[in-house]
Ligand binder design. Sequence first.
Ligand SMILES: Cc1ncc(C[n+]2csc(CCOP(=O)(O)OP(=O)(O)O)c2C)c(N)n1
Ligand SMILES: [Mg+2]
Length: 372
Amino acid sequence: MTTTEPLQVIQADGGVNGYDPQMPESELLHCYRAMLQVRAFDAICLKLQRAGRIGFSIPNEGIEATQVGAASALRKSDWIFPSYRDFGMALYHGVAPLEMMHNMFGNARDGAKGRQMPVHFSFVEPIRFVSISSPIGTHIPQAVGVAHAARLRGEDTVVLASFGDGGTSSLGFHSGLNFAGVWRSPVVFLCQNNGWAISCPTEEQTASDGFAIKGEAYGIPGVVVDGNDLLAVRKVTLAAVERARAGGGPTLIEAKTFRMGGHSTSDDPKRYVPAEQFEHWKKRDPIPRFEKFLQAAGLLDAAKAVAMNAEVTEEIAVAARAAEQVGPPALETIFSDVYAALPAHIRKQGEQAFDLAARRGEARSGDGTFPL
Ligand SMILES: Cc1ncc(C[n+]2csc(CCOP(=O)(O)OP(=O)(O)O)c2C)c(N)n1
Ligand SMILES: [Mg+2]
């Protein structure tokens, strides 16, 4: 029921042993571009954070193929319950980097009005990308609930719930998988096993033989895949999505990968990750690996790769500059989106807050009126 050897498609020389991904050239290049976008977004956010221009960011280097490969198996009508290391799924589905940068700066155009941490994105269009939740694993039963609701309504929607190896120790993982198994919910669980939960290594996380096997206790088949092989991740995710859509129930995918950066910009992984692990995984970088495949298939050459990289980096840099120009959300937005009709005592508190901000010279354009 559970596979143990990670499925691979792309070989060291870029060959695929006759495998046909059944993706048009434009789609393969779109996947490549989305991975470049993740890496550029990461690199620029790291610089912004180090320069004190944003507060925080989450590195994704090394896991781009897992995010993009899995996202490519979904329809726009499906739902994503992501982990905080999954924004490549949003980029793949066409969320504009500028929308994401508004969140990184917590500015007035941020969809969450600056109330979320950076990287805690949520989007309704072009795909339902549910707000990342910081408490690990809490989104797993929520994803199952949405999948169950879709089934009750007779929709053919599929839900992807993504989490890390550390997420499998949460209560949400066990209750979520249990009910998904009982209800045969149309949900795909994606465990990104990157070997670490901040500084906790896999061997201290679980005594079981990997993570895919954990599905068996809940009657859910498990599949292990090479998470740095975009075509392999897409292949297993597509099979799981199609099974779920056809009423076949959930699947637990374990994607073996590695984060080449810190847990967050507040972390220094060199203090706990052995240097050999970085060297081992550097040779397995998912982007050059996919480049080799594209080159072998005659879809990419060095000049085109350089040009795409430059174009994507410029796109993200332009987005960062534009988002930084947007001011912070107006003070009154802390009173919005909660009440249909603002209670008198809240209105009074607001007016006092606006008055105080004005007297201190802290009021900005827009502060001091209720939009409600
Ligand atoms: C319930 C809960 N416990 C602890 C934390 C602190 N914390 C944040 S990220 C993290 C590690 C999660 O590791 P993993 O699930 O493997 O994901 P990765 O960061 O490796 O992608 C921890 C322990 C938290 N956010 N929520
Ligand atoms: Mg992890």
